[in-house]
Design a protein around this ligand. Sequence first.
Ligand code: HEM
Length: 367
Amino acid sequence: MTNRGPGIYYAEYLQLDRLLSCQDRKSAELNRPAHDEMLFIIVHQAYELWFKQVLFELDAVQEIFAGDLVEERQVGQAVSGLGRIGEILKLVVGQLDVLETMTPLDFLDFRDLLFPSSGFQSLQFRLVEMRLGLRREDRMNFDKLPFDARLNDADRSRLLEQEKLPSLSDQIDRWLGRTPFVEIGGYKFQETYRNAVTDMLDRDAAYVRDNTTLDEAERRADLASLAAAKKRFAEIFDEKKHGRRAEKGDWRFSWQALQAALFINLYRDEPALQIPFRLLSLLMDVDETLTTWRYRHALMVQRMIGMKLGTGGSSGHDYLRLTADRHRVFSDLFALSTFFIPRSALPPLPDEVRQAMDYRYVESAPK
Ligand code: HEM
């Protein structure tokens, strides 16, 4: 016989009486019931529940990266958590399809009752953005007020508390910066890779110069593009140049972190690098899906209210579309693809590095 416990009841466990009694339609309260207001409320509430789960997962992921030592085994757990966050975000993009079964006219039946409340006041959404790493200075403001001015005092102070803590982006930056294999024994990834890139670009330039099928204009254009590539690469190989670009906001991660991320991407087939590679890919998935949500939400808003201003006072669709372009957190990881070269041109890892990685891999396996 299994122990069935004290006999918990489904509705009690889920507190359904509370959960299902908080969908009060403003329109019904004012004696002009609008059918679709129920859908509007439930979709927003479902979003807030999922945001709660995302924040709960972020607690666990950020806990893993909080210390100076991150165990490899734990990175696997962070990968699971980020995978879950990614799936939730995909799900909530899909929820907009349900909301779009409400037509703009149906929405007008109750929209005037919502002013001045707006999704702009979703504290949990702001916390998700902030904890991932969207900073105050990255944000687009649609008037002179800071983005949190429309929150009530309690919500604003929770946000300000959170703002003092390191974001996931800060934590990943530090963790990547500590990656040991980029410089181990006599091996310096950065030097080996720079030589490989220079050889590859010189070979390509020699091929262009000797290629008799090209006319002079084509040859000049190809050589100029190879020279531009060389210049671009120089910026990632030179710490000072990276620093100048970072000051302008072109890079966010430290130079060391970018080298490590490059190394992990290029040598991801090594067993010890597979989990870090999965982690970096998932951070990009999360960023990309959140961006997809922003675009989809902006399109839905255009369909629902056209050029009208938002209930929260923004330009509506125009503001939201711009946030999709600009409110990105892990852009560095996307930009890094510029600096990948084909596997055939990649220098093989020296034995001492592979052995060191294998050793660590075995050492940290469960006993
Ligand atoms: C009929 C459906 C919807 C309309 C017409 C709409 C409209 C808008 C508008 C115009 C804004 C810009 C701020 C403002 O001026 O109010 C906004 C922001 C926002 N909305 Fe919606 N929205 C809808 C549904 C949703 C849903 C289902 C969610 C899910 C939680 C949501 C979450 C947000 C968030 C988080 C923001 C802030 C975005 C940012 O500042 O980056 N909205 N919405």
